[in-house]
Design a protein around this ligand. Structure first.
Ligand SMILES: C[S@@+](CC[C@H](N)C(=O)[O-])C[C@H]1O[C@@H](n2cnc3c(N)ncnc32)[C@H](O)[C@@H]1O
Length: 297
């Protein structure tokens, strides 16, 4: 049974609880206080935005007030909304999370966009074989399988717990029969050939991790963040492995951290892949999805 937390919400209507919650989050200096309040309230009550409006005057039960207070306490302590809810939307699809999975970021949708762009140009196959390296919740792989009905894909990760979560997401999204999940380091257990290889690997330089926001450094798994001394360990390991396993004409698309795109292009070229277009920028204009092709012999 969930412990009760002393709360200021008992006896309030849904609307006044929303205002109280938003005010508490604002005084904790949370930037998205209004939005967070609406999402957390909706989750605690099992209501969407329309339900919150329709039932605005209804008084909360004691159990509901206690749930809202618990959500408030966790958010004020710095826990991200996605962690509190245990779920996050990516590419318009719902993904369950676990302690072992990164919260998928909107920036990573740039990798999905670039992969779809390259697939549509390939024309060679309507049934591409896709590999997602460091799949986490399965976000990139499952988004691609969702949008390419003939595709088959495999996701790898070092974390068994993350792979379990990714498998569960594949089932929920109706994609289990076109996906497989394998525990290994990068592509070590994969043979290929693949038409598309995608990856959002760990790329934060180790020394930068303590400087990240509390929401990231305390709540995202270290294994998902740590890119070694200079941040490029994962790229150095996975790019040559991917180059070997790409089909001729196939493409590798990797997410880059801020300022990393040029160096990643150098690693791609050194692995005999051809960088035939500039990186795709995210909504903030940061070069995010770096891609290269394996040329036919
Ligand atoms: C930045 S997260 C990306 C997760 C997911 N693809 C996403 O975009 O939300 C990097 C992922 O790589 C995994 N990882 C770290 N080292 C790895 C390795 N050597 N081999 C395979 N996966 C690894 C982590 O467990 C984590 O799930």
């Amino acid at each position: 049974m969930t412990p009760r937390v002393s709360d200021p919400f008992t006896g309030q209507s849904i609307e006044s609880a929303r205002r109280t919650l938003a005010a508490r989050l604002r005084s904790a200096q949370l930037e998205e206080a209004e939005l967070d309040a609406r999402i957390l309230l909706g989750a605690a009550l099992g209501l969407d935005l329309t339900g919150l409006i329709a039932q605005a005057a209804r008084l909360l039960t004691e159990a509901e007030a206690s749930r809202i207070a618990q959500h408030a306490q966790r958010r004020i302590a710095g826990e991200p909304v996605a962690r509190i809810l245990g779920t996050r939307e990516f590419w318009g699809l719902p993904f369950r999370l676990s302690d072992a999975t990164l919260v998928p970021r909107p920036d990573t949708e740039t990798v999905v966009e670039r992969a779809l762009e390259l697939f549509r140009e390939q024309k060679a196959t309507q049934q591409p074989r896709i590999a997602d390296i460091g799949t986490g919740s399965g976000a990139i792989l499952l988004a691609l399988l969702h949008d390419i009905p003939g595709a088959f894909g495999v996701g790898t990760d070092l974390s068994l717990n993350a792979l379990e979560t990714a498998r569960g997401n594949a089932v929920t999204l109706g994609l289990a029969d076109r996906s497989a999940f394998v525990a290994c380091s990068y592509l070590a257990a994969l043979r290929g050939p693949f038409d598309l290889i995608v990856s959002n690997p760990p790329y934060i330089p180790s020394a930068e991790i303590p400087k990240l926001s509390l929401e990231v450094r305390e709540h995202d798994p270290h294994l998902a963040l740590d890119g070694g001394n200079d941040g490029y360990d994962a790229y150095r390991a996975l790019i040559p492995q991917a180059a070997e396993r790409l089909a001729p004409g196939g493409a590798l698309i990797v997410e880059a951290g801020q300022g990393q795109a040029r160096n990643i292009e150098t690693l791609l070229t050194a692995a005999a892949l051809v960088v035939d277009r500039p990186p795709k920028a995210d909504l903030a204009g940061i070069p995010r999805a770096v891609s290269a092709r394996k040329m036919p012999p």
